[in-house]
Design a binder for this molecule. Structure first.
Ligand SMILES: [Zn+2]
Length: 159
């Protein structure tokens, strides 16, 4: 089982490295383990930095289950932005309002090495921006306003 590291662990502040495409078939166990721990912790997203692996890999929970995105790139970010409350599995019990682009397109490789492009809006776009920040060494508390500490509310999303 993987462990989720928490702030101020130095791996949360490093820029993760691109994954070589030949390496993707060897990552299946790791991707499954990441999905497993994300679901166990009720997360809706998880970046490899959060389990102390500095590779450009994120997992997002979708209506069809966890989706692994390798070397994700965020394109066509909307001019429109939206502010909403965020939390993070690596910054426990801290919440804050973060302004994010309302919609964007993510280009990435799947666990099968297929290149995909998905348009995301709202919460899905927010999760993608939060997770791509992680693989760039950025935490939501760097961008958040009105930071509060305390017990999370039931409906809080953990990213
Ligand atoms: Zn996070």
């Amino acid at each position: 089982m993987l462990n989720i590291i928490t702030n101020p662990h130095p791996a949360l502040r490093q820029k993760a490295k691109e994954v070589d495409l030949e390496e993707i078939p060897k990552l299946h166990q790791f991707l499954n383990d990441m999905a497993k721990i994300m679901l166990k912790k009720d997360g809706i997203g998880l970046a490899a930095n959060q389990v102390d692996i500095l590779k450009r890999i994120i997992i997002v929970n979708t209506k069809d289950g966890p989706l692994a995105l390798i070397n994700p790139k965020l394109l066509r970010k909307s001019f429109k932005k939206e502010e909403a409350e965020e939390g993070c599995l690596s910054v426990p019990d801290v919440f804050g309002m973060v302004k994010r682009n309302y919609s964007l397109t993510v280009k990435a490789y799947t666990k099968d090495g297929q290149e995909i492009s998905i348009k995301a809006t709202g919460l899905f776009a927010r999760v993608l921006q939060h997770e791509v920040d992680h693989i760039n060494g950025i935490l939501f508390i760097d961008k958040a306003k009105n930071i509060t500490k305390g017990k999370p509310r039931d409906e809080q999303d953990k990213l």
